[in-house]
Structure formats: structure tokens, C-alpha cells
Design a protein around this ligand. Structure first.
Ligand code: ATP
Ligand code: MG
Length: 353
């Protein structure tokens, strides 16, 4: 398979971790006989320093021409306490998402057996958890009309969904369910909200096109509870923007460290793959960052954008084995009673290779 991959390392620990994501892609190409052609581009603080623009035109052009993008993180401490700085690193990220038409955010919650103790939930409840969230990104209260009235002392945010917005993400989620264990749970609040009734009707209709998928509908309040009580009951979870925002953050905590979670944003064109963590300036340049989230982003790219399931699975197997052998980065080695081998970013990256 021949693919063009754009690497956007960004700021802070971004470059330190994406180096290893890219190295793993090169290794996969070598092992399976694929041709991955790489290019690199600037975004965030480094791009502002070099060009005055957090998303230079050249980066956007390269992004649109690539088959997938591996992204690190953007951000710099100097912006955190100075809102007067009008040109900001995160503007680059918002703009590229819009320009690429990314309407679905995918976040896999994948637990490695060796890290079960790291969570505050009982290992017996967590063991075997493997959830893939599909959060809608373009509709909902974020983009509906917002009104503030001083006369009546009221404020309102319109929760709005268009049928096509629900249809296109539902197709993506059902397609993913077909590649996994053929179970999909759609989460809404259709007992109260009209937009949720449209959501449920639309998902029910699209479900008929995927008769092999076992489809379930659940109210958001129940889903939030079930996620903690019995996370294994979920496989693919499909939900709207606001509910997805809340549920995926809840779910990230059942998985433990930020350094172990990847996410993908997809639309009809180029997919965008990144760790869920940010630029983490406190540990930048110290060889402390866990590169596994970037490496897991690569596994997600192989599976979601290129359909290379075997290759993605190999990455998961290797990470599992490295953890089983007792190797950890600092963020996942909190239990001092265990005789872990604590590695830096570089050593961990080399070991995975
Ligand atoms: P940003 O503003 O870009 O989100 P941040 O400073 O808020 O960056 P995050 O990346 O969101 O930092 O992470 C919060 C903390 O979690 C970091 O300060 C860091 O200590 C830890 N952390 C995040 N990612 C990793 C990682 N890959 N490996 C180890 N520790 C991490
Ligand atoms: Mg952060």
C-alpha cells in the first residue's frame, strides 16, 4: 500500500513523541512491504515563531494533499497567562480541523492488563474493556443560536442537529462496528430532547443497513453510570457533541494515564491522529514523555484511515508485551512496590521498535 503521511510535531513534548510514532510507521512499512512517504510541517508556537501564523498556508496545503496526518501537540507556557496575545497556537488546530472537514472524533479506550492496577476502579470490572467512542463534532449546543436577554434575565443555547450530520457519523460508526465486534450503542436523551429524537430515529434507520450489527440505544444518564459500573458492555459508542465531550473525558479516567490514549478526527478526506495529551511543557526536553499515546495514534491511523488491521494489531501486541516484561515510562510506574524498569522516552521508543 502506498500512502502520503504528513507529520506535524508541534510544540512541547509533541516532537519528542511523534518521532516515535513516525519510527513505528517506518518499521510497519518495512515489515509489511508498504510504501509510506513522509513530509513534515509546522503548526502552533513553532509556526508562529517562524512565520507569524499558527497554521501557515504551506502546512494546510500539505495537509490537504496527504492521506493521513500524525500530529503531536501545540501550546506554549507564554500564552497561558497572557490572554492579550491575539495570535495563539491552538488557533492552528481549530482551523485545520475546520479546513479538513473533520466531523467525527474517535477515542478508543483501550486497557492493557498490566496497567489495570493504575485505575481506581476494580481490575475485575475493567479487565477486557475496549471501547471506541464516536463523538459528533459539528452540531449541538456548541453551534446553535445563543441568546442572552437582560430584559427577561434568561440565556439559552439552541441544541440543533441536521439529519445529514447524524447520518454521516452514524455510517462511520457502523462501519467501524463491522470491523470490530459488531456491537454499537447510540447514546442520546430522546425521552426529553427533540434533537435526540431526530438522532435516535436517524440511527435506527441507518442501523437497518447494517443488519449484522447489534444496535442498542441508551440514555446519556444511564450510559454515564454503566461506563463505571460495567465498561465491558460497550464496544462502539456513538453520540452527539456535548454528550461525547463529557463521556469521553469520563472514560479516559478509567484507562489511567494521558500518556496511553490516542484520538482520531475524521471526515470525508484526510484523517488527523493525535495523542489526547497536550504539549506538557513541565516535562518537555527531559526525556520523560510517554511515547505510547503517539504510537497508539499510529495504530489508529493504520486501522481507521488505511484499513490495515493486522498492522495495527501488531502495534498493540508489542506494547502489551513490553508492559508485561515490566517496562514503564515514569507516568505509568507510580506503584513503587513493583520492580518496574523505568525508561525514558527514547529507550521506550527503541524498545517498541
Ligand atoms: P496543553 O496546554 O498543550 O494541553 P498541558 O501543559 O496542559 O498542555 P497536558 O499535556 O494536557 O499538559 O498534560 C497534563 C500533564 O500530564 C502534563 O503536565 C504532564 O505532566 C502529564 N503528561 C501529559 N502527557 C504525558 C505523556 N505523554 N507522558 C507523560 N506525562 C504526560
Ligand atoms: Mg492540557
Amino acid at each position: 500500500m502506498k500512502k502520503k503521511i504528513l507529520v506535524i510535531p508541534g510544540d512541547g513534548i509533541g516532537p519528542e513523541v511523534t518521532t516515535w510514532g513516525k519510527a513505528v510507521l517506518e518499521k510497519i512499512a518495512e515489515l509489511f512491504g508498504h510504501e509510506f512517504e513522509f513530509d513534515e510541517a509546522l503548526m502552533g508556537h513553532v509556526a508562529i515563531e517562524a512565520t507569524g501564523n499558527p497554521l501557515p498556508d504551506e502546512t494546510l496545503k500539505k495537509a490537504k494533499q496527504s492521506d493521513a496526518i500524525l500530529f503531536g501537540a501545540v501550546g506554549h507556557a507564554k500564552y497561558d497567562n497572557d490572554p492579550s496575545l491575539k495570535v495563539r497556537p491552538e488557533q492552528g488546530l481549530l482551523k485545520i480541523r475546520k479546513e479538513l472537514g473533520l466531523y467525527a472524533n474517535l477515542r478508543p479506550i483501550l486497557l492493557f492488563d498490566e496497567l489495570l492496577d493504575a485505575s481506581s476502579i476494580k481490575p475485575a470490572i475493567l479487565k477486557g474493556t475496549d471501547i471506541l467512542f464516536f463523538r459528533e463534532l459539528t452540531g449541538d449546543v456548541y453551534f446553535g443560536e445563543k441568546i442572552r436577554s437582560e430584559d427577561t434575565n434568561t440565556a439559552s443555547d439552541l441544541m440543533i442537529y441536521h439529519r445529514y450530520e447524524i447520518e454521516r457519523i452514524a455510517h462511520k460508526a457502523f462501519a467501524a462496528a463491522m470491523q470490530r465486534s459488531k456491537r454499537l450503542c447510540s447514546v442520546d436523551k430522546a425521552n426529553v430532547l427533540e434533537s435526540s429524537r431526530l438522532w435516535r430515529e436517524t440511527v435506527q434507520r441507518i442501523a437497518k443497513e447494517y443488519p449484522e450489527v447489534e444496535t442498542e440505544h441508551m440514555f446519556i444518564d444511564n450510559a454515564a453510570m454503566q461506563l463505571i459500573k460495567d465498561p465491558k458492555r460497550f464496544d462502539v459508542v456513538l453520540t452527539a457533541n456535548l454528550f461525547g465531550d463529557i463521556l469521553t473525558d469520563e472514560a479516559s479516567q478509567i484507562a489511567g494515564s494521558m500518556g496511553m490514549l490516542a484520538s482520531a478526527s475524521i471526515g470525508d478526506g484526510t484523517g488527523f491522529f493525535e495523542p489526547i495529551h497536550g504539549s506538557a511543557h513541565d516535562i518537555a526536553g527531559k526525556d520523560l514523555a510517554n511515547p505510547l499515546a503517539s504510537i497508539l495514534s499510529v495504530a489508529l491511523m493504520l486501522e481507521i484511515s488505511f484499513g490495515l488491521k493486522k498492522e495495527a494489531q501488531l502495534i498493540l501486541t508489542v506494547i502489551d508485551q513490553v508492559l508485561k516484561e515490566g517496562f514503564r515510562t515514569n507516568d505509568i510506574a507510580s506503584d513503587a512496590t513493583n520492580p518496574y524498569q523505568v525508561l525514558g522516552t527514547q529507550e521506550m521508543g527503541k524498545l517498541i521498535l
